[in-house]
Design a protein around this ligand. Structure first.
Ligand code: ADP
Ligand code: ADP
Length: 229
């Protein structure tokens, strides 16, 4: 089954000229780790925003986790995002006045998960990601690599159908970048469906089971990974 299905999807920001993305068809299977590469302006962020339910297509159908998200109201979309999508960004986007544990737990709190259950899931993720010793620390005290682990834990707390990562190693030094890369590989091995937007071809090659390369809003290349799996 496909976690993501795009059918005849196009996005235009203005009515003149070619669309920023598409029209295109794209299916992403459950458990796939898809890397999206391409030059600046090729439509990578536009694609991610459509799949995340942060923006709507000009035409076509966007189905994620079995739902036509292009037809949802803003309110239903917000709920869809909280429940089905985990997002990781280049600059972490953590809340600096909440502790690590509170940052991770927040999305579970927002979906109304029972307190005990949310706390247990938070501890479980901190252990898996090796950040339990920082539970009561504030993000400002952590290294970039540690902050990105916290961001990944937060993204996973509601067990999303889909993990979206936008240049997750873009702000990290080589060693931390390598750690986050390994973490994404582990998540993929564990069956997590991932869409990763990156300029970093080494990252794409290491983490992804499939890479699509966008040029001018179209899929110019669609290749399975050679190395892994
Ligand atoms: P990438 O992420 O690959 O750099 P984007 O998806 O950000 O590409 O952009 C694709 C095209 O759409 C570019 O030409 C960009 O200028 C344009 N674009 C992106 N977002 C907007 C926006 N909010 N308003 C107008 N044009 C946009
Ligand atoms: P649909 O499948 O048509 O999107 P939903 O079951 O997602 O229907 O919800 C329909 C509407 O009910 C939503 O748009 C929202 O207004 C409201 N709703 C349902 N559940 C919640 C919730 N947990 N939190 C906030 N609003 C909700």
């Amino acid at each position: 089954t496909h976690v993501i299905e795009l059918e005849g999807v196009a996005k235009r920001y203005d009515s003149a000229g070619a669309p920023a993305l598409g029209p295109l068809d794209l299916g992403v299977a459950q458990g796939e780790a898809l890397a999206v590469t391409g030059p600046s302006g090729s439509g990578k962020s536009t694609l991610l925003n459509l799949v995340a339910g942060l923006d709507k297509p000009t035409q076509g159908a966007v189905t994620v986790a079995g739902r036509r998200i292009d037809r949802l109201s803003e309110h239903a979309l917000a709920r869809f995002r909280r429940e089905q999508v985990g997002m990781v960004f280049q600059f972490f986007n953590l809340l600096d006045d909440l502790t690590v544990a509170d940052n991770i737990r927040l999305p579970a709190q927002l979906t109304g998960t029972a307190r005990k259950k949310a706390a247990a899931r938070t501890v479980e993720l901190m252990e898996i990601l090796g950040i339990q010793q920082h539970a009561r620390a504030y993000p400002g005290r952590l290294s970039g690599g540690e902050r990105q682990r916290v961001a990944v834990a937060r993204a996973l707390v509601n067990r999303p159908s889909l993990l979206l990562a936008d240049e997750p190693t873009g702000a990290l030094d080589t060693a931390s970048g390598h750690d986050v890369r390994e973490l994404l590989v582990d998540l993929h091995r564990g069956g997590q469906t991932i869409v990763l937007v990156t300029h970093d071809l080494a990252l794409a090659e290491a983490c992804a089971s499939r890479t699509i390369h966008l040029v001018d809003g179209q899929v110019a290349l669609d290749t399975p990974a050679q190395a892994l799996r």
